[in-house]
Design a protein. Sequence first.
Length: 259
Amino acid sequence: MKIDISWRFVRVWQRNLAVYRTSWKINFLPPFLEPLFYLIAFGVGFSGLIGNIRYGTTQVSYVSFIAPALVAINIMNNSFFESTYGSFVRMYYQKTFEAMMATPLNAEEIITGEIVWGATKAVIGTVIMLVVISFFGLVSYPVALLIIPVSFLGGIAFGAVGMCFTALVKTIDLFNLPVFLFVTPMFLFGGTFFPLAGLPVWAQQVALILPLTHLVNVVRALNYGLFNSDVVIGIVYLAVFSLLTMPFALSRMQRRLIK
């Protein structure tokens, strides 16, 4: 299928930004409070029990270990849930997509705008979280600033795969399946709250297939001020993952919108 996309997709992005600005104070709270709750809870509770965690050839505190993982989880959640629940509501309940289809915009431009908007929300959340985590002295600048463009790439990856699910589900309740079978396992076993080395070999291999594992590796390395092989491998993985899922999302959503 030939994909026809022009810069008109930016109009969809602008529309979503305008809506976001009407409730930005509410949207500001989750990426601001979430790292605070996690860092206080794990810093006061688990950190004293667990002690230091081995990262490469060094030892880091448990709080320092999970802080960048929280940023990666934020990137996943912002983009994935925006392109699933958010896009489904705009498509099915609000009929926003139908209104857009009555304009010069085509289906591919609408969906591209939706995915790029989800990635933008991931960037906004990342900036807020980095500011919060910085107050705890857990971020190594200036290399850590590279996390911001990485958050956009990660947002595209998770936004695209989220849109794939949106193209397939018939009712909003069915999103429970990808959430519990795709997002939750990554949240728990993607090297977020404990090193992958603590898992059986087969589980480590499965984890390396999942996109959050690579995003966590990239963000964690950059957060420590490193630019190592984890960063290169992770960025290549996320780019390839986006290139594979994006065309599928566009083609399936075009079929769904054009009947």
